[in-house]
Design a protein around this ligand. Structure first.
Ligand code: AHM
Ligand code: MG
Length: 343
């Protein structure tokens, strides 16, 4: 329940004021991200109309090129980040390499381009065309180099170095959920006033859940320990709330969001085809891991904490077990005990 009325911008400014040395630039950067996501949200909402209105070809009726939604989201975020002047590089799941940003976008001496942003511009690609919730995931780091456009070393930092992270879910309503290391807060977009309004203050994920989210079609491709874990969750034992319910949308942001609010474990383990799982460390696992830990949950690659992984490249993949702390701990126990029951 929200105690007081607040917009997203007012909330981040008030959070930043708790630190007298803060310059307000992180708040401005987060406000830029929120703005870009409002623009993306508009386009996502219109997407279903494109065919009906005849925008089917490469060009729309104005003769403008119709971009695929994920390409559009990527372009909007890059543009807004560049114009904001706070970033020296942007990294995106849609781009092969990082995009260095020139100093010329710094607006004045009070703006320093000291941040790096990572984006998954539109996650849940298989759901884009079927009106199922999708999302934008973001994370922010401080640069380690001192000036000029950012370098790879700025972009390849461990998840523990994130100064902010969050996502925007384009669902039955559009919501922004973020952390700067001071808890997790959720805002719902009021389309009539165009503002994200505080709706979920200081979100805490239930410690233990009754729900698991996984693409179970991959069951036969998983290692035995993962198969044993899922089989265990499906066995009947009322004392441990089993069998668990299964909930899988196939949009990470949507699956994560539901589990964050109701409790649950999401897993995308490695399998015989994807030796390191499917999800990306820098664009998906790290930001959601920062959020889940701030909400009292846990995130692991099955063997250790996601946020402690030293990244080797921008598109590195990782197995992911994320959600309610007790459930993730149990999954880790199964993975650690080869062929043994963990009870
Ligand atoms: P994407 O970045 O191409 O959208 O892929 C990531 C998505 C996640 O949103 C989701 O959790 C997962 O892929 C679903 O994968 P699968 O279809 O194999 O279950
Ligand atoms: Mg993705």
């Amino acid at each position: 329940m929200v105690k007081s009325f607040s917009t997203f911008y007012r909330h981040i400014i008030e959070e930043e004021r708790k630190y007298p040395e803060a310059t307000g630039q992180l708040s401005d950067l987060l406000a830029d991200i929120a703005l870009a996501c409002k623009v993306i949200s508009l386009e996502v909402n219109r997407a279903g109309l494109i065919d009906i209105l005849g925008f089917t070809g490469e060009e729309n009726v104005q003769g403008e090129e119709v971009k695929k939604l994920d390409v559009y989201a990527n372009d909007v975020l890059k543009y807004v980040m560049k114009q904001g002047g706070h970033t020296c590089a942007v990294c995106s799941e849609e781009e092969e390499s990082f995009i260095p940003i020139d100093d010329k976008f710094k607006k004045n001496k009070f703006v320093s381009n000291k941040y790096i942003c990572h984006f998954d511009p539109l996650d849940g690609s298989s759901n884009i065309d079927v009106n199922v919730s999708i999302g934008t995931i973001f994370s922010v780091y401080k640069r380690v180099t001192s000036s000029g456009p950012g370098a790879l070393i700025d972009c390849l930092q461990k998840g523990t170095e994130q100064v902010a992270a969050g996502y925007v879910i384009y669902g039955s309503s559009t919501m922004l959920v973020y952390t700067t290391g001071e808890g997790v807060h959720g805002f719902t977009l009021d389309p009539s006033v165009g503002e994200f309004l505080l709706s979920n203050e200081n979100i805490k994920i239930p410690e233990k859940s009754k729900t698991y989210s996984v693409n179970e079609g991959n069951f036969s491709k998983w290692q035995k320990e993962v198969r044993d874990y899922i089989t265990y969750l499906k066995d009947t034992d009322p004392e441990t709330s089993r069998p668990y319910s299964s909930r899988y949308i196939g949009s990470l942001v949507a699956d994560f969001h539901r589990n964050l609010l109701y409790g649950g474990i999401f897993l995308y383990p490695s399998d015989i085809k994807n030796k390191n799982g499917k999800l990306r460390l820098m664009y998906e696992a790290n930001p959601l891991s920062f959020l889940v830990e701030q909400a009292g949950g846990r995130s692991s690659d099955g063997a250790g904490r996601i946020l402690d992984i030293e990244p080797k490249n921008l598109h590195q993949r990782t197995p992911l077990f994320i959600g309610s702390a007790e459930d993730v701990k149990l999954a880790e126990k199964f993975l650690a005990r080869e062929n043994k029951h963990p009870d």
